[in-house]
Design a binder for this molecule. Structure first.
Ligand SMILES: C[S@@+](CC[C@H](N)C(=O)[O-])C[C@H]1O[C@@H](n2cnc3c(N)ncnc32)[C@H](O)[C@@H]1O
Length: 220
């Protein structure tokens, strides 16, 4: 897998996957996009009544979503159990060069996210526990009704259509609790129709800078 580090418009890095010719984040701003889609329109919308938020991330990648989650959870006094799926982890040579720990002043947490072992749940602190699974979404066994929130951060449907197939989405929806949320940067009509057919209540929200729309769906 060949990968190039790039700079996005908000000054934060991202990666370009050369074979797919696809970036890991919006070129208009990686941190800006992750904060908007996953934190402000995802994590911030989980009900106050949830004592410990169980999050599933599809595509751990650079660890940016996880890092912003650690930071937000600490600031808000939320407890998080974070499960991240990633079949092709990036190498230390790549993650150690990304500027997220400096931009976000989160060096210790960033190293923890990347250096912690795969396949076992490890606590970062009393409010954040991480389980990284080195598998594809298609192969990973997911506990039905196990998650409050899904960060769906796969590569775009035009680049990796198999991850947007309704049968794969069915598995993800089954893994949500009732009232659980699914958030993604993608706002394609087919995705919204498929989520509705799977019993989700779908909202189209304003996207981050440079992208018109995003999707949040709630399991009825
Ligand atoms: C858009 S990038 C994710 C960005 C990541 N959330 C971040 O903050 O850096 C998509 C990720 O999905 C991963 N991926 C590719 N195929 C996958 C699969 N079948 N199941 C789960 N993840 C997959 C890629 O390796 C890549 O890390």
């Amino acid at each position: 897998m060949s990968i190039k580090i790039i700079s996005t418009e908000d000054g934060s890095n991202s990666l370009r996957q050369i074979q797919l010719n696809e970036t890991y984040h919006s070129v208009h701003g990686a941190v800006q996009e992750s904060l908007h889609v996953f934190i402000r329109n995802g994590l911030a919308f989980v009900s106050e009544s949830v004592a410990e938020t169980s999050i599933l991330e599809v595509g751990f990648g650079t660890g940016l979503n996880a890092l912003l989650t650690v930071q937000y959870a600490r600031q808000q006094g939320k407890k998080v159990k974070y499960t991240a799926i990633e079949p092709r982890p990036i190498s230390e040579d790549v993650w150690s060069k990304l500027n997220y720990p400096v931009l976000l002043s989160e060096g210790k947490a960033y190293r923890f996210l990347h250096l912690s072992h795969w396949g076992i749940a490890v606590p970062l602190n009393s409010g954040f526990e991480l389980l990284k699974l080195r598998m594809t979404l298609q192969d990973v066994p997911l506990e039905p009704g196990g998650f409050d929130l899904v960060y769906y951060d796969a590569f775009a449907p035009s680049k990796q259509p198999e991850l947007w197939d309704i049968e794969v989405l069915r598995k993800v929806v089954a893994a949500l609790k009732c009232g659980g949320l699914f958030v993604t940067y993608c706002a394609k009509g087919q995705l919204k129709r498929d989520l509705r057919n799977l019993g989700m209540i779908v909202e189209t929200l304003a996207g981050p800078p440079g992208k018109k729309e995003m999707v949040r769906a709630c399991k009825a």
